[in-house]
Design a binder for this molecule. Structure first.
Ligand code: FAD
Length: 382
């Protein structure tokens, strides 16, 4: 049987096997060296991991969004960095599917799906993070070309990506609001430079970088959507990004609970396994409860994908809740491992560093609260 004819369950089993055999053994090295093994993209492409939501005519598997989230969650149990890399790659894939022209889809989608090209989403700048309206990277749209100038920072897949969706300012809308547009830039385009690899504390290996566009010239055909449609495109991308980060957080939580369960059953103090102490088993009971609640929440929100007009509200609720719980769970896991949990190279120590980044990327927890409050005031009631 070819891997493209698998049922959803068979596909997820194959992904699980691939994660255990290929990603798990690399996870520690990726973290220590802060380096992504780009070859993994080709392998993930072959396994169908990069095309879960993409129609078959572009080489994808078309299993749908909830299955994509399960894949990301499974990968995150072994490597948050690899899962976050897939998530940012998927953001660009999704933007092209939803807003790209047929020509853009034909040119890029198959290469993104088979892993020949790695994608990224470049919005944040040194002086513009939560407030996207204040970006200063500008683009002048000419008859045949687009000229981009500016700096982007904190861009995942930045060190090894081949194709970036870049949020640019193309004008003023009045009252201090910027007109935003979305342009594709390839690594080989003149005036593009990956300037600096950032030394993150967690999610190391995600290739987070500073990108510079200096009189960068791309063909006019690389504008995605119409001029001025950037904000709409960003909102769509972030919807996917928020749920992806929630799924990564869920994977981290599951791993943390399992590690604590096996460690506290094995490790003895006062002549008995740590798990026998109520303070310990109650902590793990709470962690497991929060994991199950998070799992149910994500499943509920995933089932609304493409069908619910209040998805932005639900996606922010899931992102806020699950990434927050993942941080708390990972911190408890460090404590339950005692001194060992505080050693570099221990999995729970890495889980905590990774979980913290999930509360920041794809919109901070505070920004999620702003969105939830704003959407609530529109909805009236939940
Ligand atoms: C692991 C990781 C991967 C990332 N990948 C990408 C990527 O691929 N592409 C990309 O474009 N960016 C990426 N980012 C950047 C990320 O999107 C930004 O870090 C995030 O949006 C916050 O922006 P900032 O860091 O400038 O913080 P700021 O916006 O300066 O915020 C600093 C603090 O102030 C708070 N704050 C800001 N405004 C408000 C407000 N109105 N009300 C209350 N509190 C507020 C924030 O919540 C935060 O606590 C990544 C970040 C991380 C950690």
């Amino acid at each position: 049987m070819t891997t493209s004819s698998l049922s959803k369950t068979e596909f997820l089993n194959e992904v699980g096997k691939f994660v255990s055999e290929r990603i798990a053994p690399l996870s520690r090295e990726i973290d220590e060296r802060n380096e992504f093994p780009k070859l993994l993209y080709k392998e993930m492409g072959e396994k169908g991991i990069l095309g879960v939501t993409v129609p078959k005519k572009y080489g994808g598997r078309n299993y749908g969004f909830p299955i994509y989230l399960k894949v990301v969650e499974r990968v995150a149990r072994e490597s948050s960095a690899v899962a976050a890399s897939i998530a940012t790659h998927e953001m660009l894939t999704y933007i092209l599917l939803k807003h790209g022209t047929e020509k853009q889809k034909e040119k890029y989608l198959t290469s993104l799906v088979n892993g020949e090209m790695v994608g990224g989403f470049a919005m944040t700048e040194p002086w513009a993070g939560s407030d996207v309206n204040s970006i200063s990277t500008s683009a002048e749209i000419r008859e045949d070309t687009i000229i981009i100038d500016g700096v982007k920072k904190f861009i995942s897949n930045g060190t090894f990506g081949d194709l970036f969706g870049v949020v640019v300012k193309t004008g003023e809308l009045g009252k201090g609001r910027a007109e935003l547009s979305f342009v594709l830039v390839e690594k080989k385009d003149p005036g593009f430079k990956m300037e600096e690899k950032l030394d993150l504390s967690g999610n190391r290996g995600l290739g987070v970088a500073k990108l510079v566009f200096n009189n960068c010239e791309v063909e006019r055909g690389k504008l995605v959507g119409e001029k001025g449609e950037g904000f709409k495109i960003i909102m769509d991308a972030l919807l996917l990004g928020k749920l992806s980060y929630a799924a990564i957080a869920l994977g981290l939580m599951e791993e943390a609970v399992n590690l604590c369960l096996s460690y506290t059953r094995e490790r003895k103090q006062f002549n008995q396994p740590l798990f026998n102490f109520q303070a310990v088993n109650f902590t793990i009971a709470e962690m497991a409860t929060e994991f199950e609640a998070s799992k149910a929440l994500l499943e509920k929100v995933a089932s609304k994908w493409g069908r619910d007009e209040n998805l932005n509200f639900y996606a922010s609720v899931a992102k806020l809740f699950i990434t927050g719980k993942a941080c708390e769970t990972a911190l408890k896991a460090v404590q339950l491992h005692g001194g060992r949990g505080y050693l570099r190279g221990e999995k729970v120590e890495k889980l905590y560093r990774d979980a913290k980044g999930l509360e920041i990327g794809e919109g901070t927890s505070e920004i999620q609260k702003r969105i939830i409050a704003r959407e609530l005031s529109k909805m009236g009631m939940v």
